[in-house]
Design a protein around this ligand. Structure first.
Ligand code: 5GP
Ligand code: MN
Length: 338
C-alpha cells in the first residue's frame, strides 16, 4: 500500500462505516484467519464489521475466535444479503476477482459500498478503490498484519487477532516451509506469538483433528494416485461415490495433493475431486520449482492462484478431466523435465 492509500483508508475509518468483510468460497485458513483478524481489529476501532462468507468454513477452523459470528451466505441468506446491501465499505480478502465468491458475485457487483482488496494472488481485477495486492506475500494474514502496521496500530493487536493471523500464515505457508516464507514472515509470526498467539495449540487445533473416515479417505486417495514419471507428475482422483463411502466432510481433502510432491522427483501434482451437486470437478494443482500452476490453471482449468499452488475446475466427467490433464502434459514436457 502506498502513502496515498494509507491516508485514504485512515480517512475512511475515521468515520463510522458499515463494513462487510468477504473471504473466498470454500474458505481456507488464510481466508478465515485474515477476515476474522481484520474484523476484530475494525471492531476495536468502534466500527460495525461483519464477515459474510459465500459458504461454510471447515471444521478445523471453527475454534477460531469469532468464527461463530460469520454470516454464511448459503444458510443465512437474507441476513447476508442485507449486510451486503447496507455496507458502506466492503473488504475482500484472499481473492482478487469477484468470480471467486460463487452465488454471492452478483450481490457484490450490485453493492454500493466502496471496496478495499487485500490479497496475494496473481493478476488482481480492478474493482477496489484501494487495492493492496502483493504476490510476494506468504499469506493474506501477513498482509492484514502489515495493514494494521501501516495504520500505526500494532499495539491494538490482541491475543484473538494474533491467533487468527498466525493460523492463516501457518496454513498458507505449509507451516512456514513454502518459498513465500521470508524472514519478515518469521518476524511477524514472532510478534504474533508475543501478542498471545498460542502456536502449539493452533497447530494442534488445525492439524490434529483427523477422524477415522478422513484417514480412510486419504488411504483411498493415495491408492488412486497415478504416477507419470516421464513428466515428473503425479495426480489423484476422488469420485463422489468414494467421498460418500468415507463420509466426506468439508475440508477433509485439504492437503491430500501435497502427498504427491513428497515423492522423490515429482514436481507437478494434481487432485481431481468430483462434486456431483455442483456438477463440476474441483481441481487443486501444486508444483515445486518454477513450473507455474497458476498459468496452467488459467490456460486449461478456468482458475488461477500462485506459481506453486493453484485451483480450478472442469465441467466434464472425472475420467475425462484426468484424461484431458494427461494429454496436456506433452505440451509442457520441457518445463516439467529439466
Ligand atoms: P486450493 O488448491 O488449496 O483450493 O487452492 C490453491 C490456491 O489457488 C489458493 O490460493 C486458492 O485461493 C487458489 N484457488 C483455488 N481455486 C481457485 C479457482 O477456482 N480460481 C482461482 N482463481 N484461484 C483458485
Ligand atoms: Mn491465501
Amino acid at each position: 500500500m502506498n502513502l496515498k492509500d494509507i491516508e485514504h483508508v485512515k480517512e475512511l475509518l475515521n468515520t463510522p462505516q458499515k463494513i462487510a468483510i468477504i473471504p473466498h468460497k470454500n474458505p481456507d485458513g488464510d481466508a478465515i484467519g485474515s477476515t476474522l483478524g481484520l474484523q476484530h481489529y475494525l471492531r476495536s476501532l468502534g466500527q460495525d464489521a461483519v464477515i459474510v462468507s459465500p459458504n461454510d468454513s471447515p471444521k478445523f477452523l471453527k475454534w477460531l475466535p469469532g468464527c461463530e459470528t460469520i454470516l454464511n451466505f448459503e444458510k443465512e441468506n437474507s441476513q447476508a444479503q442485507k449486510a451486503l446491501q447496507e455496507a458502506t465499505l466492503i473488504f475482500t480478502l484472499d481473492f482478487n476477482h469477484l468470480g471467486r465468491v460463487g452465488q454471492m458475485q452478483s450481490f457484490l457487483e450490485e453493492a454500493t459500498a466502496k471496496f478495499i482488496m487485500i490479497d496475494h494472488h496473481q493478476e488482481p481485477s480492478d474493482y477496489a478503490i484501494v487495492t493492496y495486492s502483493d504476490v510476494t506475500m506468504s499469506s493474506t494474514c501477513e498482509m492484514v498484519y502489515n495493514f494494521i502496521d501501516y495504520l500505526g496500530d500494532t499495539d491494538k493487536i490482541t491475543a484473538d487477532i494474533a491467533n487468527c493471523l498466525y493460523t492463516g500464515i501457518m496454513t498458507d505457508t505449509g507451516s512456514f516451509r513454502f518459498r513465500s516464507t521470508t524472514s519478515k514472515t518469521h518476524k511477524i509470526v514472532a510478534e504474533l506469538i508475543e501478542k498471545g498467539a498460542d502456536n502449539t495449540q493452533i497447530h494442534s487445533n488445525v492439524y490434529n483433528t483427523n477422524t477415522p473416515s478422513r484417514l480412510h479417505l486419504l488411504g483411498c486417495a493415495l491408492k488412486n494416485m497415478v504416477i507419470l514419471e516421464e513428466y515428473n507428475t503425479a495426480y489423484i482422483t476422488l469420485s463422489q461415490e468414494e467421498l460418500d463411502t468415507y463420509k466426506f466432510q468439508k475440508g477433509d481433502t485439504e492437503g491430500f495433493v501435497n502427498y504427491c510432491l513428497t515423492l522423490d522427483g515429482i514436481r507437478f501434482a494434481a487432485i481431481f475431486i468430483e462434486n456431483k451437486e455442483e456438477g463440476i470437478i474441483k481441481i487443486s494443482l501444486r508444483s515445486e520449482g518454477d513450473f507455474s500452476v497458476n498459468e496452467f490453471s488459467r490456460l486449461y482449468f478456468q482458475g488461477g492462484g500462485h506459481n506453486n499452488a493453484a485451483g480450478g475446475k472442469s465441467d466434464v466427467s472425472l475420467e475425462e478431466t484426468a484424461a484431458y490433464f494427461v494429454n496436456l502434459l506433452p505440451n509442457h514436457k520441457n518445463d516439467l523435465v529439466k
